[in-house]
Design a protein around this ligand. Structure first.
Ligand code: SF4
Length: 418
């Protein structure tokens, strides 16, 4: 490892990537540790590997050094610690990683710096440590305030612990925090959602993320459904829950600025909007995804292999060719060149996800193409069925249409007919 750092420092004189498209303003850090693995989760997250923490943090520092030697000048407007559960590891490690980013990139003085937390980790000590390190936004994984639901989905907290974590957030004067909730969980009812949202509103969060519960392949829950040990939620109840959720948040002045996200005015997540604006970002850590210079690429998933590959990366490839750099970087496990067609289709999907919608004039100015070339005949059906509305050449989802957004996205990516 020492060799790597020495060579890396020598390589600071290394050839910079010349293409100006390497500009990115957001950094994501993936912390893959969790206390327990929830049975519905298919994220790159692991329990019982805490002995790797120190080496993983060292590897993350090496990766920061690696990329900064090529992109040092980029001004960073957001940093996001996601996972996994970043709050599960010692707060000191978060501070070390942030200091390394600060040292090696031009971190804007008003950058949004978010950490995902489980409520049981939100002790006064940890919150104070985070604030001192520069964290200024907390995203708390509450999921539900119904004890039976929490137990069913295998979370490591109950309602009382969730409330205690949020009380500590408030007691430490944290103004900007988001809460994650899930809806459509088997056995959930619309009164559970009402209780959960009302309970959370008491803390006046600036932001809500609400995700529809899905049974992902290769998870214990998928097996339980196949073995008929659990039943997916009845469609009518799902619809009631969905409408209840939207009504409550709208009534309480949260704006649904992205399909799954609501914010009070000026509290939209800068980091996540950067994704939905289809801007570039750098992902660091095992399994982290990046989008830089027309390439989407991702790191080795396994924390153990990621550490080992970082340590084997003896030097930074001396090249100003971006593809060459990716090809000679050991800890990257895959990449995809984003051609013009994919870029356009991704742009359409991200635009539709946002409340601002897909604007024909902006699209045509940006891509110098007629938007009709990209709208199959099925779009007329989407309009007729009131899944989408078109007003002054801007396409948007209706609230009901948001429930079928995946159908629309599938059609954009793989049009059935013209
Ligand atoms: S805490 Fe989050 S990341 Fe970890 S296993 Fe549960 S759902 Fe997955």
């Amino acid at each position: 490892m020492v060799n790597f750092v020495r060579t890396t420092i020598e390589n600071q004189k290394n050839v910079k990537i010349l293409n100006k498209q390497t500009h990115f303003e957001s950094i994501y850090i993936h912390i893959p540790f969790c206390e327990i693995k929830c049975p519905y989760c298919d994220f790159n997250a692991y329990s019982k590997i805490d002995d790797l923490t120190k080496n993983l943090v060292e590897a993350i520092k090496l990766e920061i050094l690696f990329w900064s030697s090529k992109f040092k000048k980029n001004q960073i407007k957001s940093v996001y610690f996601g996972g996994g559960t970043p709050s599960w590891i010692d707060s000191e490690y978060i501070s070390i990683i942030l200091a390394e980013i600060n040292k090696n990139f031009d971190l804007s003085s008003n950058a949004e710096i978010t950490i995902e937390c489980n409520p049981i980790d939100l002790t006064n000590k940890k919150i104070t440590d985070y604030i001192q390190s520069g964290i200024n936004r907390f995203s708390v994984g509450i999921q539900s305030l119904d004890n039976k639901t929490l137990k069913f989905i295998g979370r490591n907290h109950n309602k009382a612990q969730a409330l205690e974590g949020l009380n500590n957030i408030r007691a430490n004067n944290i103004q900007n925090f988001s809460v994650d909730i899930m809806y459509g969980i088997p056995y959930q009812t619309h009164s559970h959602i009402t209780e959960t949202v009302n309970g959370l509103l008491e803390f006046d969060p600036t932001h809500f993320s609400a995700y529809s519960f899905t049974i992902e392949p290769n998870t214990p829950f998928h097996k339980f459904v196949k073995e008929k040990k659990i039943k997916e939620l009845d469609e009518n109840e799902y619809m009631k829950i969905f409408h209840q959720l939207y009504d409550l948040l709208e009534k309480n002045h949260y704006e649904n600025y992205e399909i799954s996200n609501w914010a009070k005015t000026s509290f939209e997540s800068i980091h996540n909007l950067n994704y939905w604006d289809n801007n570039k970002f750098l992902g660091i850590g095992p399994g982290a995804h990046s989008y830089v210079n027309n390439y989407r690429f991702y790191n080795e998933n396994s924390p153990k292999k990621y550490i080992s590959k970082l340590n084997k990366q003896k030097s930074i490839p001396s090249t100003n060719e971006f593809l060459n750099l990716l090809n000679n970087t050991k800890f990257i496990s895959g990449k995809e060149n984003i051609n013009e067609d994919t870029k356009i289709r991704e742009y359409m999907i991200f635009s539709l996800r946002k409340k601002t919608g897909l604007n024909k004039d902006i699209f045509e100015n940006l891509f110098k193409k007629n938007i009709d070339e990209y709208l199959s005949s099925k779009f007329t059906d989407f309009l007729d069925l009131n899944i989408l509305v078109k007003h002054k050449d801007v396409y948007k989802f209706t609230n009901n249409g948001k429930l079928l957004s995946n159908e629309v996205f599938r059609e954009i990516l793989h049009p059935e007919s013209k």
